[in-house]
Design a protein around this ligand. Structure first.
Ligand code: 1GP
Length: 228
């Protein structure tokens, strides 16, 4: 299936433990893809371990979301490269990405690389602090979305509330700005109702932390957005 048709993704953090049994459930959940990504303590060993455990028994597409070039490795189906549009430092908007291209683009030549315009909206999130973000108003976020589509021509605009459930009204307003660029929403989704609510506006939702806190409920978010 084409990435433009994806509706649901699970995001696994290579710095967190997950049993084989739980990992099997995540991979066989009918989610459209597994994203491997995190902010802290992402190591090459952790990334490779997850990739090989997923590949051993499953065919679900696997994406590496690159946060640290030290943990970059071939073997993934897709690579997502975040550009943090609301960072106060150019480094996190484009310099890290430019260095990664210079160094590693050959390695990724045969795979599919997608740049994501990220907007991080939870000031408590590690990613917000790590990338030195500024908290934007709704109109600012809409303008970033406009830029993602019309200035940078990015395939994905990612509204990131990592760790907390966001504002569906904001997501709806952002969606109205976008025509071609896909809107991804991630942050605090724990229940089927929340998954449905955000998926009404976003093209795809990403469920992360609740895999580790309440897997049973997290698994239900797949059917909630993709149907039984
Ligand atoms: C994190 O957007 C994802 O990058 C998912 O957020 O961990 O809060 O589900 P949660």
């Amino acid at each position: 299936m084409n990435i433009n048709e994806w509706k649901h993704m699970f995001k696994l953090d290579p710095a967190k433990e997950i049993s084989d049994e739980d990992l099997d459930k995540v991979c066989e959940s009918r989610t459209d893809a597994i994203i491997v990504g995190g902010t802290d303590n992402v190591t090459l060993d952790g990334v490779l371990d997850l990739l090989s455990r997923i590949r051993r028994a499953h065919t679900v597409p696997v994406v590496l979301e690159i946060s640290d070039e030290e943990a970059l490795t071939p073997g993934f189906d897709y690579y997502f490269v975040p550009m943090v549009l609301n960072s106060k430092e150019k480094k996190y908007v484009m310099d890290i990405q430019q260095k990664a291209i210079k160094e590693y683009i050959d390695m990724m030549e045969y795979s599919e690389v997608y740049f994501e315009g990220y907007c991080i909206l939870n000031p408590e999130a590690k990613a917000f602090q790590h990338t030195n973000c500024e908290l934007p108003e709704t109109d600012d976020v809409k303008a970033y979305a406009y830029m993602a589509e019309n200035v940078f021509h990015l395939p994905i605009f990612y509204v990131e509330y990592s760790g907390t459930y966001g504002d569906p009204e904001l997501v709806s307003e952002v969606k109205a700005e976008l025509n071609k660029t896909k809107l991804f929403y991630g942050g605090g989704i724990e229940t089927s109702e929340q998954a449905k609510e955000m998926k009404e506006h976003a093209d795809a939702i990403i469920v992360g932390n609740s895999i580790y806190t309440n897997l049973k409920q997290a698994l239900k978010t797949v059917d909630a957005v993709k149907g039984e």
